[in-house]
Design a protein around this ligand. Structure first.
Ligand SMILES: Cc1cc2nc3c(=O)[nH]c(=O)nc-3n(C[C@H](O)[C@H](O)[C@H](O)COP(=O)(O)OP(=O)(O)OC[C@H]3O[C@@H](n4cnc5c(N)ncnc54)[C@H](O)[C@@H]3O)c2cc1C
Length: 318
């Protein structure tokens, strides 16, 4: 939990509950400071944002308070579509169907399914798929919507009892590109968010222009309260210029792009580093012991290099 709150931002469940920083998702964090005399501090309210996604630079998280949802018997489904465009069309309709209880909706383009090992029999050659986790009572509604939108349900299994005997989310979110890395370590990814007012149109434009090089992997999420898609597309890495070119193209086509290839926190684009953030770090970690050098310009570390810090990143910090 500490690692996810310090390093993560959105994940399995975000299709229903929004992203981690959304109000109500983290209720309280208890930290241990790295002062001469370490103190336990209880962080609540807007100050939670100074600790969340700070990569541990603002104290050691020792306890968190988060709301729980009702326990569900989740069913894992794969729905196959003849063309890529149909997958996000279904995914967004499914994500927007408020009566359907769901945990995961991930549209994925055909080229990526060849890295899906034991799941491959559920991914017919050349088809795009949507990975979905749905509460058992909502399964019939998923089947109906899939049939109505031209999809074929190729897999249904209880959570963790599919062909790989691991939960289906092991193929989603940050894990999709990890499946690709197993085949070739040159695979890497970009992270972007599609605009909620014209999500499908933007996805279609991006796929048409970049789909050959940037294999589409989307995650349906609620972002600022509206259903949209986050992209974690996978590519075969050729160099920094390629990442810069693709980032610029995604931005030109209407996405906001974060930078997952930088060491520096402020270059990632998911967190605003302001005076309050820096003051809080100095207060809780006056000797710069926790993740030194992570915030560029605050506690420089000899030899620290920002990696691809110079890539453009419009991000979605606030
Ligand atoms: C394959 C893969 C997929 C991923 N997919 C996603 C994704 O889809 N969405 C997403 O949001 N993130 C994703 N991530 C990043 C993810 O948030 C972190 O990897 C994970 O949540 C961190 O948990 P961990 O326990 O492994 O922490 P670590 O990786 O050990 O730590 C993450 C950061 O938090 C700090 N930290 C760890 N514990 C504490 C603590 N108790 N107090 C303060 N700081 C602490 C560490 O110093 C580090 O900076 C992915 C990472 C990987 C490797």
């Amino acid at each position: 939990m500490g690692g996810f709150i310090a390093g993560g931002h959105a994940e399995v469940g975000s299709v229903t509950w929004g992203i981690l920083r959304d109000p109500g998702n983290i209720l309280a964090i208890r930290i241990l400071t790295a002062e001469e005399e370490p103190r336990v501090r209880e962080i609540t309210g807007p100050a939670i944002e100074t600790v969340h996604h700070a990569y541990g630079g603002n104290g050691i998280i020792i306890e968190v308070e988060m709301p729980l949802a009702r326990a569900e018997a989740w069913v894992e489904c794969v729905v196959a579509f003849a063309t890529f465009a149909d997958a996000p069309r279904f995914g967004l309709a499914f994500a927007s169907a408020d009566g359907i209880v769901k945990k995961l909706v991930s549209p994925i383009a055909a080229p990526l399914t060849r890295f899906f090992g034991p799941l491959r029999p559920a991914c017919p050659e050349g088809t795009a798929i949507v990975l979905a986790m749905v509460a058992e009572p909502s399964l019939a509604a998923l089947r109906d919507l899939a049939a109505e939108m031209g999809g074929t349900v190729t897999l249904e299994a209880a959570e963790g009892e599919g062909p790989d005997q691991v939960p289906l989310y092991e193929y989603a979110w940050g894990h999709t590109h990890f499946q690709a890395i197993k085949a070739d370590r040159r695979h890497t990814y970009l992270i972007c968010i599609f605009p909620s007012h014209e999500t499908l149109e933007t996805i279609t434009r991006v796929e048409a222009e970049l789909g050959e090089e940037l294999w589409m992997h989307l995650e349906c999420v609620r972002f600022a309260g509206r259903p949209t898609a986050q992209g974690v597309p996978v590519l075969l890495y050729e160099g920094r210029e390629q990442l810069a070119r693709l980032t610029a193209a995604l931005e030109r086509l209407g996405c906001k792009v974060a930078n997952g290839h930088t060491y520096f926190l402020q270059n990632g684009g998911m967190k605003r580093i302001d005076e309050a953030q820096i003051a809080f770090r100095r207060e809780t970690d006056p000797f710069s012991l926790l993740n030194p050098g992570k915030i560029a310009g605050v506690d420089e570390v000899a030899g620290a290099e920002g990696g691809a810090a110079d890539l453009p990143a419009s991000g979605w910090a606030y």
